[in-house]
Structures are given as structure tokens and as C-alpha cells.
Design a protein around this ligand. Structure first.
Ligand code: LHQ
Length: 261
């Protein structure tokens, strides 16, 4: 059984982490297939939004710990290698993809699984889902962008509590804290996440890519630099066909037909 399922429908590339018996934890094959799916999302014009979710009762439990040999006498594992070759490129790919990525968190999101969800642009979670910075329980620190995303999303006090205590945060609290976009009833999750993704896939894709860039750059820019960036990106947006169409549709009092160009 493939550890990643991929399908393209009406402009939405759905990617499902598919190792349910291992709570969709990451092994090298899953990393490789996810990388290929995101490359496809980048390359194919027909892909105008991505929807990431998990199969079974979990979204993703982070690294597959059953693959780590930590028995006495075993050579110590250099974790920087798997961060450098798998997790960090994955987070960069999600953030740099010039198309919106929706994450439907269907169950527990733990360790790198939680932070990969947070690396997506819009996170919708099932009411029964939860987020766990499980790293401290095994002597590690949050990775896959966790130490960057958490304080920015929920403030340093809550980020520190989540990271040090490694307790489960319910989807409802995650939404209340501003960690994610919204929480919905379990039965509504995929319907809602698909509706959001489809809506985005019919939108001004170029403009969305520029929105991502501007908002993500704001994490490290001062106001002056950000104003300059907005000027430069708005120039690009203004040259798009979709800007023309958006304004024409507004004037003609009709729905715009964006082409993502
Ligand atoms: C698992 C896992 C798992 C294997 C549950 N692996 N089997 C990457 C590499 C480089 C540097 C370091 O960082 C990283 C990134 C990381 O992600 S490190 C953090 C790795 N993840 C964790 O520490 C999470 C470990 N799992 C848990 O804390 C819990 O299982 C969660 C909170 C995810 C779910 O709890 P429960 O719903 O109570 O389920 P459970 O604990 O009973 O797990 C169900 C099964 O899944 C169980 O197997 P079993 O055979 O007993 O049914 C677990 O062993 C297995 N499982 N996570 N990551």
C-alpha cells in the first residue's frame, strides 16, 4: 500500500498520508512520495490548491520512532541528517509553494506532524483532533519549524508551555489560541476542507502566491522592508490577468472567472 495517496480533482491536489497503522508517522518512503507530490503541485498548472490530510484516526505522529535503534551499544543517531535531508526541505517546500496549501487535521498531530500541519497555509481541524509538541517527552526540542511557528502564532508564554510540557492541545483550544484557522465537527471535516480548497483553486492563484510570500516575509522584515516588498509584489499582482478579470467583474457586477494567470 502506498504511504501517500494523491489525486487531482477540479484543481485541488489531495495528498493523504497513508500509514494509518503507524499513525501516519514519517519513514523515508513517505518523505520521498510527499516530496514528489509537492513537486507535482509546484510544476502542474492544473494544480491550483493542495489539500493535505491523514488516513485513519491520526493526522501524523511525526517521525516513525520504531525505525530508531536506540538500544545500548547502538551508534548514536545524528538527527541533524534527517532534519537536513527530509523535514527542513519539506517545511520550506510547503511555505515556498506559490499555491495555497490547506491542511485537514483529522486526528492527533504530534511531533513533526504537528509542525508540518502548522507549516501549511490554512489549518482546519476535526473537533476530536489534537496537537502535541511531543518532542520534550523524548528529550528533544520542537523541530520542523515549531520553534518559529509557535511563538508567532500563540505568543511566547503559550509556545513555551506547549514545548516544555508536551501536553495534548485540543483542536478547540488550538483554534481559540489562534494556532489554526478553525475547528469543525468530525463528520464535516473533509467536506469543509474540500470546499475551502475548491474555493481557493478557483481563485487568483498568482495573487495567492504573492499573499503567502508577503505574509511569511513579514515574520522577519521590519516595516520599511515590508512596505517595499508590498510595493514590489503588488506590481506583479497588478500585471496578472486575474487582476484585470477581478476588476472587470467588479465593474460588471458579476462573479470573476479567475484563471490563475
Ligand atoms: C508510533 C508513533 C511514532 C512509531 C505512535 N512512531 N509508532 C525527526 C527526526 C529528526 C529529529 C528529531 O525529530 C524528528 C521529528 C519528530 O517527529 S520527533 C517526535 C516523534 N513523535 C513522537 O514522539 C510522538 C509519539 N507518539 C505519541 O506521543 C502518541 O502515540 C500520540 C500522542 C501520537 C498518540 O497517542 P495515542 O492516541 O494514545 O496512541 P498510542 O500512543 O497508543 O499509539 C498508537 C500506536 O501507534 C502505538 O503502537 P501499538 O503497537 O502499541 O498500538 C504507538 O506505538 C504507535 N505510534 N506514534 N511516532
Amino acid at each position: 500500500m502506498a504511504s501517500i495517496l494523491v489525486s487531482l480533482e477540479t484543481g485541488v491536489l489531495s495528498i493523504t498520508l497513508n500509514r494509518p497503522d503507524k499513525l501516519n508517522s514519517f519513514n523515508p518512503e513517505m518523505h520521498q512520495l510527499l516530496r514528489q507530490a509537492l513537486e507535482r503541485a509546484y510544476d502542474e498548472e492544473a494544480v491550483r490548491a493542495v489539500l493535505l490530510t491523514g488516513a485513519g484516526r491520526a493526522f501524523c505522529a511525526g517521525q516513525d520512532l520504531s525505525e530508531r535503534n536506540v538500544s545500548p551499544g547502538a551508534a548514536p543517531i545524528d538527527l541533524a541528517i534527517s532534519l537536513g535531508s527530509h523535514y527542513n526541505p519539506l517545511v520550506r517546500r510547503l511555505r515556498e509553494l506559490p499555491k495555497p496549501v490547506v491542511c485537514a487535521v483529522n486526528g492527533v498531530a504530534a511531533g513533526a506532524g504537528a509542525n508540518i500541519a502548522l507549516a501549511c497555509d490554512l489549518v482546519v481541524a476535526a473537533r476530536s483532533a489534537s496537537f502535541v509538541q511531543a518532542f520534550s517527552k523524548i528529550g528533544l526540542l520542537p523541530d520542523s519549524g515549531g520553534t518559529f511557528f509557535l511563538p508567532r502564532l500563540v505568543g511566547s508564554a503559550r509556545a513555551m508551555g506547549l514545548a516544555l510540557l508536551g501536553e495534548k492541545l485540543s483542536a478547540e483550544d488550538a483554534a481559540r489560541w489562534g494556532l489554526i484557522w478553525k475547528v469543525v465537527d468530525d463528520a464535516q471535516l473533509m467536506k469543509e476542507a474540500l470546499a475551502i480548497s475548491k474555493n481557493l483553486s478557483e481563485g487568483p492563484t498568482k495573487g495567492y502566491g504573492l499573499i503567502k510570500k508577503a505574509l511569511y516575509m513579514s515574520a522577519t522584515n521590519a516595516l520599511d522592508a515590508q512596505l517595499d516588498l508590498e510595493r514590489d509584489l503588488q506590481r506583479q499582482a497588478g500585471f496578472s490577468e486575474d487582476y484585470r478579470e477581478g476588476v472587470a467583474a467588479f465593474k460588471e457586477k458579476r462573479q470573476p472567472a479567475f484563471k490563475g494567470k
